[in-house]
Design a protein around this ligand. Structure first.
Ligand SMILES: Cc1ncc(COP(=O)(O)O)c(C=O)c1O
Length: 478
């Protein structure tokens, strides 16, 4: 049978050949990362095992980068690790190379064109970064992932890929301060309007959507308000309007929150936090979970990517239009640290969550603490939704109201084991006064909407012995 494969006529001595079998026959590298165009139509991956090829069919293989497919902890350790044939390294090798060379000009051209698997230049993709992307994608059971230089870059990349001038976003009011600044200070400058809603009011999301809305954005557990929306309900609204729900799952990680199961189209993470787990590297990543049908999207920003990449349109736009041009690439050295951190994610998250619950319970009875906000406390209005969505766990970020800003500053100044610094998701316990730091540049209304008050400290509970964390806070509260 004659087939035209990537523009070349080839004789294949097999009848009744299915697409999946052709990938095998042609020894296509990384078959989980290739999309297939048959006679000008991009095929869904689901039909690779059923579509039978006919004489003179035109088949194009296009690499979009991403993909991957065991139990959660096994994937944390093994997913994305391509065996090192040269030396048999057991750790993911760090490919500290800006560019990648090929024997012939045609080979390089084919890689550029997506017709052959490979890397060209590390601003666009890099093998160590690909390993990290594949690991996170496997954890989210997604269609593909893209890693970038920070959590902020991840959010910005998603938004820039999905919006253009005159478009709109519907977002939760309770968001991380950096995200609010990104939306209000930068994204809005490019003519994109952001409509904020109370994330607990599912109907408000529905009411805020119009024909210009390109995405809904919310946090699983908002940092630092810690309110917990009904994500499935919001996802249904997004699906009814044929727009993607983008969820920042930094606080929950894929260990607590199965983004895909709850209808999230794009799960975003600051890899700086729990994914790495030790505060050693800044990075970000997002996953197209496969929930959204891009081929039916009316988003004008995606049109040319839908025509060429079908269901991979969003990932292709994010890599080719935003990452490649904005240059917000992840360093392979950081990707290595993120991969290393991910190996212990499930163990750490169990300990983080158990410690946080014990700290929250202990200090909710303390005379120097006016109130404790933690979704795992019995009196929390978020407890039921959080338990249902986050596998019976509640994350490891909590806030204390201490009465005045001065009391917060005194507390932060007296802690000994915990650090007074701007980060979360470290193995070490961390404390900060958000109003005078992260939310310093936000307006008062924005700050209050995000649940930030002058008398509040945020605590990211670490994985030290919980008795030591409690004793440290006790002495600091005197
Ligand atoms: C929920 C959330 N999203 C995004 C970010 C931004 O991540 P990065 O600092 O890696 O840019 C943070 C940082 O604190 C965060 O807490």
């Amino acid at each position: 049978m004659k087939l035209i494969i990537n523009g070349k006529t080839e004789e294949i001595a097999l009848e009744g050949l299915k697409v999946a079998a052709l990938l095998k026959e042609k020894k296509v590298q990384m078959p989980e990362m290739v999309s297939v165009e048959l006679n000008g139509e991009i095929l869904d991956r689901g039909v690779f095992e059923s579509v039978i090829l006919k004489e003179n069919d035109k088949v194009e293989f296009l690499y979009f980068m991403g993909g991957g497919s065991q139990g959660f902890s096994t994937k944390c350790i093994h997913a994305g690790h391509v065996k090192d044939p040269g030396n048999g390294a057991t750790a993911i090798p760090i490919f500290g190379s800006a560019a990648f060379s090929y024997d012939s000009a045609q080979d390089l051209a084919d890689v550029f064109d997506g017709k052959r698997y490979g890397h060209v230049y590390s601003r666009i993709s890099n093998p160590t970064v690909t390993s990290f992307e594949q690991r996170v994608n496997a954890l989210e059971q997604g269609r593909g992932a893209l890693a970038v230089s920070s959590g902020m870059a991840a959010i910005a990349t998603v938004v820039f890929a999905l919006t253009g001038q005159g478009d709109e976003i519907v977002a939760a009011k309770s968001l991380f301060g950096g995200t609010l600044l990104l939306f209000n200070d930068l994204i809005s400058k490019y003519g994109v309007k952001i409509t904020y809603v109370d994330t607990m009011d599912t109907g408000a999301y529905k009411r805020a959507i119009n024909e210009k809305t390109r995405l809904i954005f919310l946090e699983t557990i908002a940092n630092p308000k810690l309110d917990v929306p009904d994500i499935k309900a919001v996802a249904e609204i997004a699906a009814q309007n044929n727009i993607p729900l983008v969820v920042d799952s930094t606080i929950t990680t894929p260990y607590l929150f199965e983004a895909k199961k709850f209808g999230t189209a794009i799960a975003v993470h600051s890899a700086t936090k729990y994914m790495t787990g030790n505060g050693t590297a800044i990075g970000g990543v997002f996953v197209d979970t496969g929930v959204h049908n891009w081929k039916s999207s009316k988003n004008p920003s995606l049109k040319k990517y839908i025509d060429k990449f079908g269901e991979f349109a969003f990932l292709a736009a994010a890599r080719k239009q935003v990452l490649q041009n904005a240059g917000s690439c992840l360093s392979p050295f950081n990707a290595f640290l993120h991969c290393l951190g991910l190996e212990t994610l499930s163990l750490r998250m169990e300990k983080h969550c158990a410690n946080a619950l014990a700290v929250a319970r202990h200090f909710s009875k303390h005379p120097a603490v006016k109130s404790v906000n933690y979704p795992g406390l019995d009196n929390s209005i978020y407890k039921e939704t959080a338990a249902r969505q986050f596998n019976g766990k509640f994350g490891a970020v909590l806030t204390f109201s201490l009465g005045t800003k001065e009391k917060c500053f005194d507390f932060a100044g007296r802690i000994k084991i915990a650090g007074n610094l701007s980060n979360i998701g470290d193995a070490k316990t961390l404390v900060i006064h958000p109003a005078s730091t992260i939310f310093h540049d936000c307006g008062r209304t924005e700050m209050l909407d995000a649940g930030v008050t002058e008398d509040m400290v945020r605590v990211s509970v670490g994985i030290e012995d919980v008795e030591d964390i409690i004793a440290d806070f006790e002495q600091a509260l005197l």
